[in-house]
Design a protein around this ligand. Structure first.
Ligand code: ASP
Length: 318
């Protein structure tokens, strides 16, 4: 619950604003990286290493989210992620670049860095998505090592849950799901995004959320902007949430207003939305960013020349 100790930085004036003007031209807020939740802070640091040296946004987002994937303390992503209700850690991830190339893996077991497998799917196959055993075979053939991703702490938490588990997928908005979604705009003005998760804790075996689904958990359009989602994936898939946010930005909405409209769409369509969390994060081509969520409690980290990897609260509907 630590991540719910929100920082009130009084920086809301920065939301959706351009950061300067010169000769009537907007000075773009580039490079910039933004990512979901407090674990985004460490991930952003790694991404910034790439961006601040004029590196490509695609490399930045991959390197960034790998930090969360490898961190056993983060129980919602990669190694150390909480397992499904059968005790198996199954991972979902996707990546998208400035040319609308994209790659994705879902229901992948035993691989510490699903995001890098997703990138290889994008770069080395004619496909977008590989799942389950096929994704694992592909990863192993490409040099990835099989590892046990279930840490003793995650196993203990799962066994605890089993004691009085109703054996139903839990739709909860606290602490059992917190994907990392990361969006970056590089010094060349190109956008990319990455999204990776162990999904909802104690989910049904085989369940896949929004995070590996291009358009739902992540979407990038280099002409307009990029968006990613966190929260209950079923609600995000039903509204193709991240694609919706990008399309709303295309129609002229600011990142925050686009995220808000997408959240409102979910609230209109999803019975029982009061009990779930969904948050969207968006970045446009000018480096403006914003977020919006259903419940209070969503935060995100921003790193740019002007913003030193600070946490912001996402505004919420409730
Ligand atoms: N969206 C993820 C899923 O439904 C979980 C999360 O972001 O918290 O699998």
């Amino acid at each position: 619950m630590q991540r719910r100790n929100f920082l009130s930085l009084g920086l809301s004036g920065l939301f959706g604003q351009v950061l300067g003007k010169s000769n009537g031209n907007i000075i773009k807020n580039t490079p910039i990286v933004i990512s979901t939740w407090e674990h985004g802070v460490d991930a952003n640091k790694a991404a910034w290493e790439v961006l601040s040296k004029n590196g490509r946004a695609l490399d930045a987002v991959e390197i960034g989210v790998k930090v969360s994937e490898a961190d056993p303390k983060i129980t919602t992503v990669g190694y150390g992620g909480y397992p499904d209700r059968d005790g198996r850690v199954t991972l979902d991830a996707c990546i998208m670049d400035e040319h609308s190339n994209c790659g994705s893996v879902a229901f992948l077991e035993h691989i510490m860095h699903p995001i890098s497998v997703a990138r290889l799917v994008m770069e080395k196959t004619p496909h977008v998505m590989l799942v389950g055993e096929g994704a694992l075979d592909f990863a192993l053939k490409n040099g990835f090592q099989k590892q046990n991703l279930l840490t003793p702490e995650a196993e203990k938490a799962w066994k605890n849950w089993l004691k009085d588990a109703k054996y139903e997928p839990i739709i909860n908005f606290e602490n059992n799901h917190d994907t990392i979604g990361m969006l970056a705009l590089d010094a060349q003005g190109n956008l990319s995004g990455a999204c990776t998760t162990s999904g909802m804790a104690w989910k049904m075996h085989g369940r896949v959320g929004d995070s590996p689904i291009i358009g739902a958990g992540l979407y990038v359009d280099n002409e307009v902007g990029a968006a990613c989602a966190t929260g209950v994936g079923e609600a995000v898939i039903r509204t193709v949430g991240s694609h919706l946010v990008v399309e709303l930005m295309r129609q002229g909405k600011s990142p925050e207003k686009a995220c808000k409209a997408a959240v409102e769409r979910i609230m209109k369509r999803f019975k029982g939305f009061e009990k779930i969390q969904v948050g969207f994060l968006a970045l446009n081509k000018k480096g403006e960013f914003g977020a919006y969520c259903i419940q209070k409690g969503f935060n995100y980290a921003v790193y740019s020349q002007k913003i030193n990897n600070q946490l912001f609260d996402g505004k919420s509907a409730l």
